[in-house]
Design a protein around this ligand. Structure first.
Ligand code: EPU
Length: 427
């Protein structure tokens, strides 16, 4: 068992560099399969979701050469398998990008229904609708989604909901299809644009990514490319809030300020001091925090992946704040754990009402998912006393070296690894 032990109360100070975006990496790495030449990918975050994708690529037959910690060459020329091993695929959400990528290149793919954070019901009906529109036959049996097509032909796809995964899969499956595909009500998140940019650097013809209509003109083949993944908007936002909550003063480097606008403007309203530079941002928690209302909506709105972290900060703001989640059914599971640390939050369906408290107080807690875990880390850093956070594997799925980065900012955080044999003896 592994857990973080955090002595709260240290103000974060100094500099932190943001890693590549998880949700771009888990799309771009499977996309390399669409060509049969080596691709060099830089700024890959060193996180467990990426390791899982690498293992899948390798089991499919790709040759992976590690150039350094964050740069990898992937040679997919020997990929011939089109079925992703069940156990690997179900560990994470992004594994469903192998459905679109393998279908696009080989006209066949078989991947288990995806895993990922438990945020309520997460159907993939829109992905299936899109694959079918492109000419694929789709079946779901024994937990596996299987797609096959004689040929893929461009189509008009209208998504009933704005879906990041559906939009990315639509681009993956249509890049090599015959004719033009139009994706309407497309998701506009930065990682959607990053994937489109990567595919275009491989020779694809994709226009409009970042707007709600994307046009993909199918091309005959894609070639290898070198590409650097964008910085992680959510990792940056998490450090912004950690700095504010600990009354710290930090410089966050390697960011794209434009991607953070929705977070920056909300933090400014709450009373956090922010100074923006070209590719960095300084955040200071030097004023009292005031209540705010936040609604998590698709980009360019406030991201659902920052909802638990900002709710944590609002616990420390004077007055009553209201936070509404509009993307997922059940993204307030962390509230019970936050209550153990003293939060005063009531939840009714997709709305949380947060009454400000003067401080968090330490207690043993468990991360219920990735961003919930990040929220608990933030609360623990600012809490009085020593907080122990269990189930940190959720956090390590998405934050590169969070413990080391926080320690370098002056936090008192340790990772405890308790061997199973010791646990067995204790029971
Ligand atoms: N939806 C459907 N049908 C579909 C697809 C989605 O009804 O076929 C619904 C979902 O249930 C949800 C909404 O549409 O209510 C949006 O889901 P979306 O498809 O956009 O989310 P996702 O692709 O499953 C990605 C990120 C999530 C992030 C969301 C929203 C990856 C691997 N995951 O999930 O990231 O919260 O977009 O921005 O990119 C995280 O990083 O912590 C995380 C959960």
């Amino acid at each position: 068992m592994e857990k973080y032990v955090i002595q709260g109360g240290s103000r974060l100070h100094g500099e932190v560099s943001i890693s590549g975006a998880k949700n771009a990496a888990v799309a771009i790495l499977p996309a390399t399969i669409l060509c049969n030449e080596p691709c060099l990918i830089e700024n890959i975050p060193n996180i467990s979701d990426v390791s899982t994708i690498m293992k899948i690529l390798s089991e499919l037959g790709a040759k992976i050469t590690v150039i350094n910690k964050n740069t990898i060459e992937i040679d997919p020329s020997n990929v011939h398998r089109t079925e992703v091993p069940y156990e690997k695929a179900r560990q994470m959400r992004g594994s469903y990008y192998f459905l679109g990528a393998l279908l696009g290149r080989f006209h066949h793919s078989k991947v288990s229904l995806p895993g990922g954070c438990d945020l309520g019901v997460r159907p993939i009906d829109q992905h299936i609708k899109c694959f079918k529109a492109l000419g694929a036959h789709a079946s779901v049996e024994f937990g596996m989604v299987e797609l096959s097509a004689g040929k893929l032909e461009g189509a008009h796809i209208y998504f009933d909901v704005s879906t990041v995964g559906g939009t990315i899969n639509a681009m993956l499956a249509s890049a090599l299809a015959e004719g033009q595909t139009i994706i309407e009500n497309a998701a506009k998140e930065p990682h959607v644009v990053d994937l489109a940019n990567f595919l275009n650097s491989m020779g694809a013809d994709i226009m409009g990514a970042g707007t709600d209509v994307i046009k993909v003109r199918g091309v005959k083949r894609l070639h290898g490319a070198s590409y650097s993944i964008i910085p992680d908007q959510i990792e940056a936002g998490t450090y912004m809030i950690a700095a504010a909550a600990t009354r710290g003063d930090i410089l966050i480097k390697n960011i794209i300020p434009k991607h953070l606008e929705c977070i920056t403007s909300k933090l400014d309203k709450i009373g956090v001091t922010i100074m923006e530079y070209d590719d960095s941002i300084r955040v200071m928690g030097d004023k009292p925090f005031v209540k705010a209302n936040v609604k998590a909506i698709p980009y360019p709105g406030f991201p659902t992946d920052m909802q638990p972290q900002i709710s944590t900060l609002l616990c420390l703001a004077e007055g009553t704040s209201i936070v509404t989640e509009s993307i997922f059914d059940n993204r307030f599971r962390y509230v019970d754990e936050l209550r153990r640390l003293g939060a005063n939050i009531s939840v009714d369906s997709r709305t949380a009402v947060i009454e400000g408290i003067s401080k968090f107080t330490a207690a043993p807690v468990k991360a219920t998912d990735l961003r919930a875990g990040a929220a608990l880390v933030i609360a623990a850093l600012s809490a009085e006393g020593v907080t122990e956070i269990e189930d940190i594997h959720h956090i390590e799925r998405g934050y590169e070296n969070i413990e080391g980065k926080l320690r370098a900012l002056g936090a008192d955080i340790k990772k405890l690894i308790i061997p199973d044999s010791v646990l067995d003896q204790a029971l």
